[in-house]
Design a protein around this ligand. Structure first.
Ligand code: ATP
Length: 226
């Protein structure tokens, strides 16, 4: 078990594809995770993966109370289809005083309600992954894409021949485009906070942070011109 997680306790409610994957990933991180589902087969499937796996209806307040969910640091609600069950579960967890609640939202209406009742993080895994994949498809040089907020992103861009041979100072990206290169991946090496004198090599992976419009301006001007 890894020390740096400080024995935080996690619980995942709903073991569909998303909840199940979260449960596996958390276990692989070496943290304690309780898996819960109303469906016995699902619970059996995760009994060996999670630290504990329990059958229960999370919309039943007494069930969550008896399982001591108030003592968990972070609960992930991964009930997608049954929006009512997801909302009710979140509400009960909130009332029990769970420190952090992450909920998978099914649609915008679901998200609105979740944010009103105080879910700390709301995720749309299918929508976000679709956005990332679409972005990778349209921009050849973009390897990965992470939305930080509606306006800001972090992207991994492969340096082409136009960028190669220039220093960050030559390119003056911050002044011209308002974006920052926060790191450069060069093979196995990672240069964090590169200096202005750093020379970009072809095939370097630039980790760029900035507003979506500024990044796309940079991509269009610098990357798509052959
Ligand atoms: P996926 O991640 O597979 O796309 P989904 O968004 O379709 O999942 P569902 O399949 O609706 O989500 O729900 C995920 C899991 O949540 C299911 O295994 C289901 O049994 C469980 N679940 C639904 N309602 C409850 C409840 N009230 N209490 C506990 N678990 C529940």
């Amino acid at each position: 078990m890894k020390e740096h997680h400080d024995e935080k306790e996690f619980a995942v409610i709903g073991l569909g594809r998303f909840g199940g994957s979260i449960c596996k990933a958390l276990s692989e991180e070496g943290v304690e995770v309780m898996a819960m589902d109303i469906d016995e087969d699902k619970v059996n499937e995760y009994a060996k993966i999670a630290s504990h796996a329990v059958i229960g209806d999370s919309t039943d307040e007494s069930v969550l109370k008896n399982l001591g969910l108030r003592n968990f640091d972070h609960v992930i609600v991964a009930i997608g289809e049954n929006i009512q069950a997801s909302i009710l579960t979140t509400l009960i967890l909130k009332e029990l005083g769970v420190h952090t609640i992450t909920v998978k939202a099914q649609n915008d209406y679901h998200e609105k309600v979740l944010s009103k009742i105080g879910a700390d993080h709301i995720v749309h895994p299918e929508r976000d992954m679709a956005k990332r994949i679409a972005h990778n498809i349209v921009s050849n040089n973009v390897l990965d894409y992470l939305e930080l907020s509606e306006e800001h992103s972090l992207v991994e861009i492969v340096a082409n021949s136009r960028l190669a041979g220039n220093t960050l100072l030559d390119l003056d990206i911050r002044a011209k485009y308002g974006i920052n290169i926060v790191a450069i991946k060069r093979g196995k090496e990672v240069i964090v906070s590169p200096l202005a004198t750093e020379v970009i090599h072809q095939e370097d992976i630039l980790i760029v942070i900035g507003s979506v419009t500024d990044i796309s301006r940079f991509e269009k001007r610098v990357l798509h011109t052959k």
